[in-house]
Design a protein around this ligand. Structure first.
Ligand code: FES
Length: 122
C-alpha cells in the first residue's frame, strides 16, 4: 500500500496555488504533470536546478539531487524532478535562476558553465 501526500505549490511566476496528491514513490514533478500541473523543468535528472523550489513546510527526499549543494538543501531548496514527498508539503517556485546564481554566481551564469559538483564556498 503506497502512501500519498498532499503537495501545495505556490507558483510565484503566475500567482497561482494548486494542491496535488503525490504518491511517496513517484517524483513530485512527474506526478504534478500527470495531474495537469505545469512547472518549469529542463534536464529532469537533478542536474540543472530549473525545477528548484523552496520548501515552506514538510519533508521530502531527494537522494539524486546532485545539482543542489548540501548548503542549499539545508536552506530548504529542493529539485522537484528528483524529489519524493515524505509528508504533506508546501513549496514555492524560485525566482528565475535563483538557485543557479546562489550556487554558481553571476559569472558562471553568463556562460562559463562548468559541470561537476558545485563549489560550496561563501
Ligand atoms: S529539471 Fe533539471 S534539476 Fe530538475
Amino acid at each position: 500500500m503506497t502512501n500519498s501526500y498532499s503537495v501545495r505549490i505556490h507558483n510565484r511566476q503566475t500567482g497561482t496555488e494548486h494542491t496535488f496528491q503525490v504518491p511517496e514513490d513517484r517524483y513530485i514533478l512527474h506526478s504534478v504533470e500527470n495531474q495537469g500541473g505545469a512547472l518549469p523543468f529542463s534536464c529532469r535528472n537533478g542536474a540543472c536546478t530549473t525545477c528548484a523550489v523552496r520548501v515552506l513546510s514538510g519533508d521530502l527526499y531527494q537522494p539524486e539531487a546532485v545539482g543542489l549543494s548540501p548548503k542549499l538543501r539545508e536552506k530548504g531548496y529542493a529539485l522537484l524532478c528528483v524529489s519524493y514527498a515524505r509528508s504533506d508539503l508546501e513549496v514555492e517556485t524560485q525566482d528565475e535562476d535563483e538557485v543557479y546564481e546562489l550556487q554558481f554566481g553571476r559569472y558562471f551564469a553568463r556562460g562559463k558553465v562548468r559541470f561537476g559538483l558545485p563549489l560550496d564556498e561563501d
